[in-house]
Design a protein around this ligand. Sequence first.
Ligand SMILES: NC(=O)c1ccc[n+]([C@@H]2O[C@H](COP(=O)([O-])OP(=O)(O)OC[C@H]3O[C@@H](n4cnc5c(N)ncnc54)[C@H](O)[C@@H]3O)[C@@H](O)[C@H]2O)c1
Length: 354
Amino acid sequence: MPGKRARVGVIGAGWWSTFAHLPSLSSYPEAELIGLADANPEKAAQAAERFGVPRYFTDHRDLLALNPDVVLIATPHDTHYQLGKDALLAGADVMIEKPMVVDPAHGRELVAIARERALALHVGYPYPYMRHSRLLRNLIESGDLGDILFVSSLFATSVLSFYRGDTAYAGEPEAGAMWAPGTSTYSDPAHGGGQMLTQVTHSSSLLFFLTGLRPADIQAFTGNLDTKVDVWDAVNFRTESGACGSVASTGTVPNTQKVIEEYRIFGSKGHAALDTSKGTLEIFFNDGTIRKETPLKENEFYPMHLTSRQLVDTYLGKSPVHASGDLGLLTVEFLAAAIESARTGQVVHLPGEA
Ligand SMILES: NC(=O)c1ccc[n+]([C@@H]2O[C@H](COP(=O)([O-])OP(=O)(O)OC[C@H]3O[C@@H](n4cnc5c(N)ncnc54)[C@H](O)[C@@H]3O)[C@@H](O)[C@H]2O)c1
């Protein structure tokens, strides 16, 4: 008799769903894919056929009428709030792809609904699932680095063509997805495009996940190049306790070169150097000792298949939420403040935890 399975509904059968989530869920015995919804009827039909999903819809409410136990949302950023709210109000545990939402008020509402209804709310951040991320967070939580004083991250990736509305290369058959992202998903500010909401959401949320820091004052500068959205961003923050951080990012690395994903965390007892693109982690203690963690193996990089499986595992009571709605909300508040600061040239203050 097979073990208990989670009845899974997927909203959004676009680039990322057909590249990461549907392959992951359709090969996961604990997941029973009961249906998917995509506003584009051809995509809905073809993706359902490709991944053996019995029912498909263009309206997500018809999918929710099947009462799925859990719902995964992988649609353009500006649609996450309403789809997330409808799925939670339908009584399902939910995973929303990053960024959780665009507007902090929407984020606070989703976190409150999930809490009131004792539902699990996850965000699709793969980096917190990496072995080095778990190890470094535990080390920091156990106080081995002392008080966290200063952090920095440099996240330099190859996304400029997306911000110019050219997503074709991502849809090439060898790229693995069934099709490319919509040309406006990352290039249109109205859809929540740009480097902050598309990429800085990864690096900033990982810094907060690792350190537990909560930014209070935020100042930022951005550049758009020839696009309608931010392409590079320099964000500085300070916490209530006086720790500071600098979050730097650009989407202009050409596809001919490697991306750069570096994190430095300085505490009162030592510092750490994490590189999620090279798969290295080194800890430098004030007593002069250095700890080099075993580098990541090929299959430990960017575990994009784990975020959807965590949604299923948490529902089945196997393990708790790992990249939570609370982390998603803090990151949304941070990014909204940074975008506001870049627009006004002012330092933006974030109210403390509610
Ligand atoms: N975690 C990661 O590493 C990672 C990587 C890439 C993308 N993403 C995220 O995944 C999400 C989707 O990105 P994508 O590139 O696949 O987008 P996409 O442009 O391919 O759009 C996804 C699909 O959503 C559908 N859609 C739009 N509005 C809808 C609605 N109201 N109801 C149902 N379907 C709707 C579109 O028809 C499209 O097929 C975004 O949040 C993106 O940031 C995450």
